[in-house]
Design a protein around this ligand. Structure first.
Ligand code: TXA
Ligand code: MG
Length: 311
C-alpha cells in the first residue's frame, strides 16, 4: 500500500489538538487519542459510549517509548523480541512516574500495551511525542471495524478524521496476555495461543468463557453484537435467517455467507466482523452459524460469536 504522507500529517495535527482519530491496525481499526492527555482520552469514552471503568489499550512505536511508562520483565522482553510488532497486547505494571492519563486505566496500576504491525500506524506512532490510547473504533458492545468505511459507519461525522490503511489483515482483536503475575490469557485473539505456549514453554488456558474473564473488564456479557439474534451450531437454516458457513455447500442460496469455503479457520476469523456487518446491512433479522471447530482460530471465532449471541 502506498503511504499517503499528507494524510498522516493531518492525523498528527488532529491528535496534537486532543481530537480522536480513526487509525488502521493489523487487527481492527482503533479510535485513537493522545494517551497522556486527560481531555483527549475522555473523548474516546464519550464517543464510544464506553463505561469509564473499562480501561484502554495503549499503542507504542517501540520498547524504548514503553519503558517510560511501564515496568518490564524478562518474559515481556522475550515475547516482545519474537512477536512484536504483532497482534498481542501485554498487561504490565504502570510506573509511578508514568504520564499515562488516569482515564486510560481508570486509576488502576496496570496498563494494556501493544505494538501494532501496520505500516501506517507505525509511521504515525513514530511521528508523535506520545503513545496512542486506542480501543476498537466501534460504538461500545458493537462489531469492531476492519476498514475505514466501517469506522465511518460507526461514528459518521462525529470523528474528525479516519486514516486510510486498507482492510485489517488479521480481522479480529489482539490476544491479551497478563504478565503482571503468573502469565495468563485475558482475551483470545489474532495471535495463536500455541505460539505463546511454545515460546514460554507453558500451557496457557484457552477456555475463557463467562466467569473466567473478570480481570478484563471489557469482557462483559454482550459484546461484538450485530444487534440481531444469533443461533450457534446450526445444521439447517430457518426461513429468513442468514447462514454463516465455513465450508462450501453444494447448493447455492442467497442467504449463505461464507467465512471460508475451505474450512480455513484463520480466514474465517479474518472475515468474521466483515460478514456480520454485511448481514446486518442487508437487513436480516436473524443469523444462524454452522458449527465451527473449537481449535486454533476457531476458538477466537467461537469466543466472539458466543458473546455476540448472548441475550
Ligand atoms: O487489537 C486490538 O487490541 C484493538 C486495536 C485497536 O489495537 N484494540 C482493542 O481495544 O481491541 P478494546 O478497548 O476494544 O479492547 C481492549 C480490552 C478490553 O476488554 C479491556 O477491558 C481490556 O482490553 N484491558 C485494557 N486494559 C486492561 C488492563 N489493564 N487489565 C485488564 N484488561 C485490560
Ligand atoms: Mg472493542
Amino acid at each position: 500500500m502506498k503511504i499517503n504522507v499528507s494524510n498522516i500529517k493531518k492525523a498528527v495535527k488532529y491528535l496534537n489538538n486532543n481530537e480522536c482519530v480513526g487509525i488502521p491496525t493489523e487487527t481492527v481499526y482503533g479510535l485513537a487519542a493522545n494517551a497522556y492527555s486527560d481531555k483527549a482520552t475522555k473523548r474516546i469514552f464519550k464517543l464510544k459510549g464506553r463505561p469509564v471503568d473499562n480501561p484502554l489499550i495503549v499503542h507504542y512505536f517501540n520498547i524504548k517509548d514503553l519503558e517510560r511508562d511501564c515496568e518490564t520483565n524478562t518474559l515481556f522482553y522475550k515475547l516482545y523480541n519474537s512477536l512484536c510488532p504483532g497482534p498481542i497486547t501485554f498487561i504490565l505494571k504502570l510506573k509511578n512516574k508514568s504520564k499515562i492519563s488516569k482515564n486510560v486505566t481508570n486509576n488502576k496500576k496496570t496498563l494494556g500495551v501493544r505494538f501494532p504491525n501496520h505500516r501506517v500506524a507505525r509511521i504515525l506512532l513514530k511521528s508523535l511525542k506520545y503513545p496512542l490510547a486506542a480501543p476498537s473504533a466501534n460504538i461500545s458492545k458493537g462489531i469492531s471495524p476492519v476498514t475505514k468505511d466501517d469506522v465511518y459507519d460507526e461514528f459518521g461525522e462525529k470523528i474528525k478524521f479516519i486514516l486510510e490503511g486498507g482492510r485489517s489483515k488479521v480481522g479480529v482483536e489482539s490476544t491479551i496476555i497478563s504478565l503482571v503475575k503468573k502469565p495468563h490469557i485475558l482475551r483470545l485473539g489474532g495471535l495463536d495461543i500455541s505460539i505463546l505456549n511454545k515460546k514460554l514453554k507453558i500451557n496457557l488456558k484457552t477456555k475463557l468463557h463467562a466467569k473466567s474473564n473478570i480481570n478484563s473488564p471489557g469482557r462483559g456479557r454482550i459484546h461484538y453484537s450485530p444487534g440481531i439474534p444469533i443461533r450457534l451450531n446450526a445444521v439447517k437454516i430457518k426461513k429468513d435467517e442468514a447462514f454463516i458457513l465455513i465450508k462450501k455447500k453444494k447448493e447455492n442460496n442467497k442467504n449463505y455467507f461464507y467465512l471460508s469455503k475451505t474450512n480455513n479457520l484463520m480466514e474465517s476469523a479474518k472475515n468474521l466482523y466483515k460478514t456480520l456487518r454485511k448481514i446486518k446491512k442487508l437487513g436480516y433479522k436473524k443469523i444462524a452459524v454452522q458449527r465451527i471447530p473449537n481449535q486454533n482460530f476457531g476458538l477466537v471465532v467461537n469466543d466472539r460469536l458466543f458473546r455476540a449471541s448472548r441475550k
